[in-house]
Design a protein. Structure first.
Length: 298
């Protein structure tokens, strides 16, 4: 007979949000870097699936969740997976930092259905002190998005979260034996759609639906076809459109940013500098010099 666990205790430690994705325009998922003081933390049940990834120096921890009690040394990269509807209690003997990633139940359900997993396997199960190198890689990429001065396109974060869910569900899309590239017709349809909607919010779900594919399978085939992931292709096309508009000299930098689909002017400047090696200001100055030279030659 299982022993009865003591009742969960109220908070005795503080939690501070150090970084958050709240302002990044992500939908159906999110992330937050939390500073957690030593003590006991009561974590209520939530409608989202949550993963807490330990960051930094090890701490001695005790957790109680889903009828289990576990004492352990929580090391850098160790993760606890808490499905929606479960509550728990965590006690740490020292201050620590946790990367908290959450996925809405709908986002998880749709992704798992697209993978093709069915029945009892089609769910995220609780896991404690999960150590998975691939999942850690995805988590650190998500953390980098929170820490970046200018975050990538939301498509990138969506790709990371989709890959995390695939990993948690135990599927391996890379072993899919179907076609390894998009057909010419499918590729053209997706590329044309991206070009026509660069100034709008693009999602993997919408792009995959254009060609009747699941998001995980579409991601793989698009990368194999185009040589870059979906999010990088979109950013490259937005940079090229911004460059073209700036060279025309008819719009302000803020107008160009919106027309090209960037969140704001500094977001555009970040990616232009990264991909082209010049800022919008420098490009505009080149246009001015070109016009001055043409006028002087007349």
């Amino acid at each position: 007979m299982n022993a009865v666990l003591p009742a969960l205790q109220p908070h005795s430690g503080a939690r501070e949000s150090l970084l958050s994705s709240a302002s990044l325009g992500w939908s159906g998922f999110g992330a937050e870097l939390l500073g957690i003081s030593a003590g006991t933390h009561r974590i209520p049940a939530a409608v989202e699936h949550r993963v807490g990834v330990h960051v930094g120096a090890p701490v001695r921890a005790l957790c109680r969740c889903n009828g289990e009690r576990l004492a352990r040394i929580q090391a850098h990269g160790d993760a606890d997976v808490i499905p929606a509807g479960l509550d728990g209690e965590w006690s740490d003997d020292a201050n620590c930092t946790v990367l908290r990633i959450w996925f809405s139940a709908v986002f998880v359900r749709d992704t798992i259905e697209q993978i093709g997993v069915r029945g009892a396997d089609a769910q995220i199960r609780p896991q404690f002190q999960m150590r998975d190198a691939r999942f850690q890689h995805l988590a650190w990429a998500m953390r980098a998005e929170l820490e970046a001065d200018q975050a990538s396109d939301p498509l990138y974060a969506e790709s990371l979260c989709t890959a995390m869910i695939v990993r948690l569900a135990g599927a391996d899309v890379s072993r899919d034996r179907r076609s390894r590239v998009l057909s010419a017709r499918a590729a053209a349809r997706v590329i044309d759609y991206i070009e026509a909607h660069l100034d709008e919010r693009l999602t993997l779900t919408a792009l995959a639906a254009l060609v009747g594919m699941s998001v995980p399978h579409f991601k793989v085939l698009f990368r194999e076809t185009m040589g870059v992931p979906v999010h990088r292709h979109v950013v490259q096309r937005r940079v090229e459109r911004a460059k073209s508009l700036l060279l025309q000299g008819r719009f302000s930098a803020s107008q160009v940013a919106l027309e090209a689909g960037f969140a704001h002017q500094s977001h555009m400047a970040h990616w232009m500098k990264r991909l082209l090696g010049v800022t919008p200001r420098e490009l505009a100055r080149n246009v001015e010099l070109r016009d001055e030279e043409r006028a002087a030659g007349r």
